[in-house]
Design a protein around this ligand. Structure first.
Ligand code: CMP
Length: 139
């Protein structure tokens, strides 16, 4: 089925001017960028977005990193977009990411891993609504 997923190009990637290269990975794989904006996350936004990880040891560092520079938040659309995007991104830790994936090719560390992608269709709907209104998404 055609799905939508929430993608974030993280501060390590915007800092290195990799937005276009990363977007080309999505488009070359058949996903369409149907909404996109560049934002500076506030601490409050980062903590709310990653609330599911609030008890993890890395939560504080994660929120500091995600507010360390601009991010690009985007909605990707396509057949099986949630899983497809996770394949394109590769494993969370770039040391475990398959060759040719975004994280294998661009990520600096498990924290500065260049991209975020929703992990289920249900989370995708919530994460998309966190950043976008319906009229900002154009298939
Ligand atoms: P993301 O998909 O954005 O979701 C949570 C993020 O926490 C994850 O990608 C990683 O970038 C980050 N993170 C930092 N340290 C760890 C860790 N030890 N294990 C898992 N995720 C981590």
């Amino acid at each position: 089925a055609v799905e939508r997923t929430l993608s974030i190009i993280k501060p390590d990637a915007t800092r290195r001017n990799l937005t276009g290269k990363i977007n080309a990975r999505f488009e070359d794989a058949g996903l369409r960028i149907v909404a996109q904006k560049r934002l500076q996350l506030t601490r409050e936004q980062a903590e709310k977005f990653y609330a599911v990880h609030a008890e993890r040891s890395f939560f504080n560092d994660l929120c500091t990193f995600m507010t360390s520079g601009p991010v690009v938040v985007q909605v990707l659309e396509g057949e099986g977009a949630v899983l497809r995007n996770r394949e394109i991104m590769g494993a969370t830790n770039p040391a475990n990411a398959a060759p040719g994936t975004i994280r294998a090719d661009f990520a600096e560390s498990v924290e500065a891993n260049s991209v975020h992608g929703s992990d289920s269709p249900e989370n995708a709907a919530n994460e998309i609504a966190f950043f976008f209104s319906q009229i900002e998404i154009l298939s």
